[in-house]
Design a protein around this ligand. Sequence first.
Ligand SMILES: [Zn+2]
Length: 114
Amino acid sequence: MVKVKYCSKCGTQNDDENKYCQQCGYSWDQKKPAIAVVLNFFILWGLGYWYLGIKKVYGLPWYSLAILLIVLWALAVNDPTGLLILLIIVLNFALAYDLYQKATGKSGWVPINR
Ligand SMILES: [Zn+2]
């Protein structure tokens, strides 16, 4: 007996082995947007992209973002104006928003090469 499952987007019956809905192309392998955002927001920039299977951002490896974050923090601790910390916070939110967009199938604002 063949196992079946139903598409959570269009309701079409699919073979349980299917990775994509044969009717609408919905993917059962979809990554969780919240995990991508949390990884990037609370742990290290770039991790969220890596989690989504995005290897390059702006044509650079995903870990370039992690290096950028470390460099910004290193500069920020010696910055009496606090502007760099503000920049880090703003970029953090902007990257989180981009990741959420990408994880939900939209393009977001950061250019990527898979
Ligand atoms: Zn479907």
